[in-house]
Design a protein around this ligand. Structure first.
Ligand code: NCD
Length: 319
């Protein structure tokens, strides 16, 4: 099993831009491959030579702690040379456009560009201009595919499956690329998805996303297998979306009283960064039996190793 997953058949996509364009087979291939790297990441010696001689450039036009570090570790553990381009000190500050920056990096012949950008669609646009693989590390309010994959791997390893589970995504769904990628993935994999948000933070196209929409936490969380909390993305809000943070916490913050409506063994998830006391209470976030928030971080490295592997053609392969 491990041998098979570590040497998977070629992946059919050139880039990883979003979950929406993936099939159940492709998602399963990525998750199976990632599963094979989890035990390696728990050993003292973690380095493989699979991507030796390959170059991965992380280009983050937006802040990040876990995603950037996770991609850097993943690239290094696969044996690649990893460069982090710091946008704050780059020529972007001198007015260089996204596409000129992309073409410049492309001319240095990287094998993979990992890109985060505040505009939805910017990463897909960049992917059309370069001749290496591009991984979307979050584009505006659109998609964050590796986050959804690591969330799915976390659930699959804990519960054993995704299909048939009731997964509730709560909070600032409107601004969340994590929510969008998760909704696509969970629907493709046969889970039942509910979103819980105040009307102001519910996407206008929610009906077309294939989810059940709730505005009341108790009803939304009822009998859930998984409760996934989201941060209030103040940086994407222009105007007042919630009356006050205190009121938001009272109605939409996850505490034990609201969690009591979910299944007794429901798992608590959060992509991070968390705002404790806003969307999630500290005791719930740190509950060692129910919270899998740090498992998500751990499995994120394995998922990104799988993505780098599957998007980098092997020598001699004609894909
Ligand atoms: C998320 C993001 O950047 O979209 N964080 C992450 O990648 N783990 C969610 C967030 O910023 O709230």
């Amino acid at each position: 099993m491990t041998t098979l997953t570590l040497f998977p058949s070629p992946f059919s996509k050139r880039h990883l831009l979003g979950i929406e364009e993936l099939s159940m087979v492709e998602i399963t291939q990525l998750l199976d491959s990632a599963d094979g790297y989890v035990s390696l990441n728990r050993q003292p010696e973690k380095k493989l030579s699979r991507l030796r001689g390959r170059t991965v450039i992380n280009v983050f036009f937006e802040d990040s702690t876990r995603t950037r570090t996770s991609f850097e570790l993943a690239g290094k553990r696969m044996g690649a040379d990893v460069i982090n381009m710091s946008v704050a000190t780059s020529s972007v500050r001198k007015g260089e456009t996204l596409l000129d920056t992309a073409m410049t990096l492309n001319a240095m012949r990287p094998d993979v560009l990992v890109v985060r950008h505040p505009e939805s669609g910017a990463v897909a646009l960049l992917a059309q201009k370069v001749n290496c693989a591009v991984i979307n590390a979050g584009d505006g309010m659109h998609e964050h595919p590796t986050q959804a994959l690591l969330d799915a791997l976390t659930i699959r390893r804990r519960v054993g499956r995704l299909d048939g589970l009731v997964v509730v995504i709560c909070g600032d769904v409107l601004h969340s690329r994590v929510a969008r990628s998760n909704i696509h993935l969970l629907n493709i994999m046969g889970a039942r998805v509910r979103i819980v948000a105040p009307p102001t933070l519910t996407p206008p196209d929610a009906d077309r996303l294939g989810v059940e929409v709730h505005h009341d936490m108790r009803r939304g969380v009822k009998d859930a297998d998984i409760v996934m909390m989201l941060r209030l993305q103040m940086e994407r809000m222009h105007g007042a979306y919630v009356p006050s943070v205190r009121e938001y916490n009272r109605f939409f913050g996850l505490d034990y009283a609201k969690l009591a409506y979910a299944k007794p063994d429901a798992l608590i998830m959060h992509p991070g960064p968390m705002n404790r006391g806003v969307e999630i209470d500290t005791a719930v976030a740190d509950d060692i039996n129910r919270s899998v928030i740090l498992d998500q971080v751990e499995l994120g490295v394995a998922v990104r190793m799988a993505c780098l592997d599957l998007l980098t053609p092997r020598e001699g392969a004609n894909t």
